[in-house]
Ligand binder design. Structure first.
Ligand SMILES: Nc1ncnc2c1ncn2[C@@H]1O[C@H](COP(=O)(O)OP(=O)(O)OP(=O)(O)O)[C@@H](O)[C@H]1O
Ligand SMILES: [Mn+2]
Length: 357
């Protein structure tokens, strides 16, 4: 069932994304002059769509390794002073990643789908991200830094491949151009600003050891001693987004202009059959939620969440996930509603719903 209110939410989102304008210079100019406390990057009046179009098409000036982190990725300088992070495709959409919630390589489509998901859920502290195919021999090799060239190797079939520079990068784990000579990946707009990094209170141990949040029923109380309500509400918003795509790897978070950024979203969409509930621990342990997040969640019920993501991503002609994954997101959304219901029953809605500031 669809409500009128849902149509207006969807129409508003369409107006952010359905932009045919491709004046790259002018959208980069808008970004450079962006000084707003409402979102990480401009999004109104088609800006979101224009940024994605620019990320997909802007000419490449320089390609380098991006050595921070465990996953292979590139830092690409575009004509006109903007940069992007390029997380290459490592899996097909139908591949199932078995194992724990942080198993496997990053999924490039998870970065992109999470961007749309966050925008639909009105979480605007995220960098625009879009699928881009880059011609290896025309657009990477001629612009590669010496450092990047040193982390390339010839495959058995004779093509040049990249193994990159990162914590988990290994010379036999390469990314190679496809039969068209292209490498597909997520092009993520680079935030060239200073931000602070914090450890997530709900991070995993990445070993057999149990973390405080896994054993302590009063864990949220401890968190409230160090973090204010606004920060906790932000972390809860993020845990909902992470739960919907099953990203279980939110070990740290970055803060910019007092807002928690949704950065590093590549560990979602691994297994459409899994609903690991503990990703939602911030929500069910603290049992608070911002009013506005709840309103937004209610406004995307009944299938409209994934319908809207599909619609917005269709403007670039890309399929971001299989139907199994979209069904899984809708199924998990029902579990989010049920978790909020549990909190209301436990504490009463007056205690659950909070204002963000
Ligand atoms: N869009 C961005 N703009 C600027 N900096 C970014 C952006 N995305 C990520 N970073 C920074 O780069 C670092 C590495 O990126 P990211 O976390 O995506 O890589 P990763 O390989 O998945 O790392 P990890 O293995 O620690 O999860 C992050 O710590 C973050 O500070
Ligand atoms: Mn990561």
């Amino acid at each position: 069932m669809k409500f009128e209110h849902q149509d207006s939410v969807q129409n508003n989102l369409i107006s952010l994304f359905n932009s045919s304008s491709t004046n790259i210079e002018s959208i980069w100019h808008t970004i450079e002059n962006w000084a707003d406390n409402e979102s990480l990057f401009p999004y109104k009046n088609g800006s979101s769509g224009q940024i994605l179009q620019a990320l997909r098409t802007a000419k490449i000036k320089l390609v380098d390794n991006a050595p921070k982190g465990t996953q292979l990725k590139l830092l690409i300088a575009l004509e006109g002073e903007q940069k992007l992070y390029f997380k290459p495709k490592r899996y097909n959409l139908t591949d199932m990643i078995k194992g724990n919630v942080y198993a496997g390589f990053d999924r490039h489509n998870s970065e992109v789908l999470t961007y749309y998901l966050a925008m639909v859920l009105n979480y605007k502290w995220i960098a625009p991200s879009v699928i881009r195919r880059i011609h290896f021999y025309k657009d990477i090799l001629p612009h590669a830094t010496a450092g990047l060239s040193q982390t390339m190797t010839k495959s058995e079939k004779g093509s040049t491949c990249i193994y990159g520079k990162c914590y988990y990068c290994k010379a036999n784990d390469t990314v190679c151009p496809n039969s068209k000579g292209e490498i597909e990946g997520a092009a993520i707009l680079y935030l060239d600003k200073r931000f602070q990094m914090h450890k997530s209170p709900w991070r995993r141990s990445y070993s057999k050891k149990k973390m405080g949040w896994e054993t302590d029923n009063d864990f949220c109380k401890k968190v409230t001693l160090t973090l204010n309500t606004k920060r906790i509400l932000n972390l809860i918003d993020i845990s909902i987004i992470d739960f919907l795509v099953q990203n279980g790897d939110r070990h740290r978070y970055e803060v910019y202009k007092g807002q928690v950024l949704l950065m590093d979203n590549g560990k979602g969409l691994g297994n459409p059959m899994a609903d690991e509930m503990d990703i939602l621990a911030p929500l069910y342990q603290c049992c608070i939620l911002s009013h506005s997040t709840w309103q937004t969640l209610e406004s995307v019920s009944g299938g409209s969440l994934t319908e809207t993501i599909k619609l917005l991503s269709s403007f670039h002609g890309e399929q971001l996930a299989t139907e199994d994954h979209y069904r899984a997101i809708e199924r998990r959304l029902l579990k989010v509603y049920a978790t909020v219901q549990y909190c209301i029953e436990k504490l009463g809605s007056a205690k659950v719903f909070k204002n963000k500031r």
